[in-house]
Every structure is written in structure tokens, then in C-alpha cells.
Design a protein around this ligand. Structure first.
Ligand SMILES: [Zn+2]
Length: 290
């Protein structure tokens, strides 16, 4: 069977956790596991370029899906096209033209190619990851607002609410798990050159944390609606997280999954800390689901 030459259609952006589709490929990975690709899937894979939200787990045709990764098939020679490359082995950026972008379900058992199967995502794990991911984007906006007075000049990049976009200018890594999101920001020379002042940041941290948490609480109380806007159904479509906050509509480019409205949370709060040398600001943002 040739590998798929078109990208997987995904239903997770709208929040789906179940589906039915045809198995297009099931390749042994050489370590006793199999890479199973379907035409359509509700499973969210780990992104190979920006691995912020962990993979969904669940089952496919009654077989356990242990992991879910991004796969890509390049425009290689021969009737079978290129080989299936996974995760870090993919040599091009997400969405590169000419490549098929695939959701790869990793199983311990083979699945028959051509079979129509039920796909079921572990819904509770998904809900926890979605809450953490929505919390991560709200933290970005609340932190940008709280840090706005620290910009001596306009850095030339504003977020959807009009504040200098500290989150994207200083972002080093962003990781979600089922409990929280952890965002690490680099506060170095290049950020200062853009106009950010880190003077007395350590002393200011309690007040900043309080301001951020007050803003997060007000947004949760407003029960703002959340959606993922997708220009197409394929895995690599350029999707946006959008949230109708009382201050205005906010949106951020995002490949993950999210809540449908903020009232699904009972609370959302963050803890800010600085590294010893003051060059990293770490935000751990914890949603409490109802
Ligand atoms: Zn995101």
C-alpha cells in the first residue's frame, strides 16, 4: 500500500473526541509498535515544530493508541512516494508545500489497512489539556497587560488587546500538561533593546502576579466564549484560537485544542517566578475545571 499523499483531515479543532474513518496505512515502526494513519481523525498529535500540547491517547478499532505524533511524507521518487518520517526526523517546517502531513496514531498492535474503524480519544485527558491550553493563551494576554508599563518604547508588536506582545517577543518555551501550562520567557539583551525594562522585576513580582490573577479571574467570571477558527480541515491549516473577552475579541495562532467557554473553569491562576540570575521569567498557570 502506498503511503497517503494528502494530509490527514482533523476534527479536534472543533473539540471532537470521537470519529469513524478508514485506515490508510499501518507501518511497523521496528520496535514492536505500529504507525497507523486514517483519512480523518479526532486525535491531536504532538506538533514537531512547536511541541506545546502533548498527544492525545485513546483507541482506534479497539486497539490502544499509546501516543500520537506528526508524520510527513515528502515528495520523494518512485511510485510509493517518500518514506514516512516522524516528529523530530521531519526535515522541513510544518505545512511545507508538496508534503503530506499526517496524524500518526502509535499502537502496539497492527490494524488492517482499508478497515473502517472507530476512533476514541481519552476525553478526560483531552479536557484537561484543553483547559491548560486555553489558560496558557489567557495568561499571555493578562501578562502582556500587566507588563505594559515596563515598555519604554513601542516594540512594534501588539497583542489582540493592544498591549505590547511580551508573550511572543520573550517566549522561549511553552508546555502544557494535564494540570497546568508552563511558559518560560527569556529576559535578555535583545528584549531590553526592544524597550523592555526588567528593573526591580523581582520586587514587582507579587504585584504583577496579583494583577494577572485578577484579570484571569475576571475573564473566567465573564464566561467568555472560545473557539478555534480553521481555514480548512487539514492537519496543517493555519488555525487560530479566538476568545470574545469583555475587552474585545482576542485571537492567537494555535494548533491545539481548547475549551468552548471560560465558564467550564471554576478558577484560573498563575504563579510567576524569576530564575536566580533574573534572565528567565516562568509562569505556571493552573486551571481548575468544574
Ligand atoms: Zn495555542
Amino acid at each position: 500500500m502506498p503511503l497517503p499523499s494528502t494530509s490527514t483531515q482533523v476534527t479536534f479543532p472543533a473539540g471532537a473526541v470521537e470519529g469513524r474513518s478508514t485506515v490508510l496505512a499501518a507501518e511497523p515502526l521496528g520496535d514492536g509498535r505500529y504507525a497507523v494513519v486514517t483519512a480523518e481523525t479526532p486525535f491531536h498529535p504532538l506538533d514537531h515544530s512547536w511541541p506545546d500540547q502533548p498527544a492525545d491517547t485513546g483507541s482506534l478499532g479497539g486497539v490502544a493508541v499509546r501516543d500520537c505524533v506528526t508524520g510527513a511524507v515528502g515528495p520523494g521518487p518512485g511510485p510509493e512516494g517518500g518514506a514516512l518520517l516522524l516528529g523530530a526526523d521531519i526535515p522541513v517546517r510544518r505545512g511545507e508545500e508538496g508534503w503530506a502531513w499526517l496524524v500518526v496514531h502509535v499502537t502496539d498492535e497492527p490494524v488492517a489497512v482499508g478497515a473502517e474503524v472507530e476512533l476514541r480519544v481519552d476525553a478526560d485527558r483531552r479536557a484537561a489539556l484543553s483547559a491548560a491550553h486555553t489558560g496558557c493563551h489567557l495568561l499571555a494576554l493578562a501578562l502582556n497587560e500587566a507588563l505594559a508599563p515596563r515598555w519604554r518604547k513601542d516594540p512594534g508588536r501588539a497583542d489582540a488587546l493592544g498591549h505590547p506582545d511580551f508573550d511572543s517577543l520573550a517566549m522561549d518555551t511553552s508546555r502544557m500538561d494535564t494540570d497546568a501550562s508552563t511558559d518560560t520567557y527569556r529576559i535578555g539583551k535583545s528584549l531590553r533593546k526592544k524597550g523592555f525594562t526588567s528593573d526591580d522585576l523581582a520586587a514587582d513580582l507579587p504585584a504583577l502576579t496579583e494583577a494577572v490573577n485578577a484579570r484571569l479571574a475576571s475573564w473566567v467570571a465573564a464566561d467568555a466564549p472560545v473557539r478555534v477558527e480553521a481555514p480548512g480541515p487539514e492537519l496543517t491549516a493555519r488555525r487560530r484560537w479566538a476568545c470574545d473577552l469583555p475587552e474585545g475579541g482576542a485571537s492567537i495562532f494555535c494548533g491545539g485544542t481548547h475549551l468552548h467557554h471560560l465558564g467550564e473553569l471554576a478558577a484560573l491562576s498563575t504563579e510567576l517566578r524569576l530564575s536566580e540570575d533574573g534572565t528567565e521569567l516562568i509562569a505556571v498557570t493552573t486551571p481548575k475545571r468544574r
